[in-house]
Write a protein that binds this ligand. Sequence first.
Ligand SMILES: Cc1cc2nc3c(=O)[nH]c(=O)nc-3n(C[C@H](O)[C@H](O)[C@H](O)COP(=O)(O)O)c2cc1C
Length: 177
Amino acid sequence: MISRRSATLTGVVTNQDLDPRRLREAFGSFPSGVVAVAAEVDGELVGLAASSFTSVSLDPPLVSVSLANTSKTWPDLRRAERVGLTVLAEHHGEVCRQLAGPVERRFDSVPVTVSEAGAVTLDEGVARFDCSVYREVDAGDHTIVLLLLHAVEHGAGNGEGAPLVFHRSAFGRMAVV
Ligand SMILES: Cc1cc2nc3c(=O)[nH]c(=O)nc-3n(C[C@H](O)[C@H](O)[C@H](O)COP(=O)(O)O)c2cc1C
């Protein structure tokens, strides 16, 4: 039976409940994978970890990530002709933290492939995408970056297997039920 409530969900009454900390906690209840977004720019590897990856369209082939407007990396990354996306594998917890940490160490000991056009992908990822920036959409304190896919690779080599799962600020793995 459906019970109707006249105004708001019980316990969600005032705007005070929408403070960033509470929102982050609530958003964190939604499990996701994590991608590495990376490119070679001016001879340097630049990139970050993003859990906001979403598939968007088949024709044209589009995916998106939502990036904080405070990102210091995105202004460099967006200049790349091609950007690589890698779906991180379940053993990539430490690599993921590294990709979100100090910029000068993000790619230390991480095996990567750099395409001729500068897309950087992780060799041990579950799936890899070669993309270019299609459109950027203002979205509050974030920017939704739509990426056009030029090539896709998945299910081959070391990457075959399970993805890293991000849930409630922690890393986990998929359980087959
Ligand atoms: C698991 C995980 C997921 C993340 N997802 C996002 C995301 O979707 N969008 C984002 O802007 N930053 C995300 N971050 C933070 C970035 O990886 C990075 O730390 C942040 O952009 C600051 O670095 P920057 O100033 O070099 O961009 C995530 C970090 C972690 C550890």
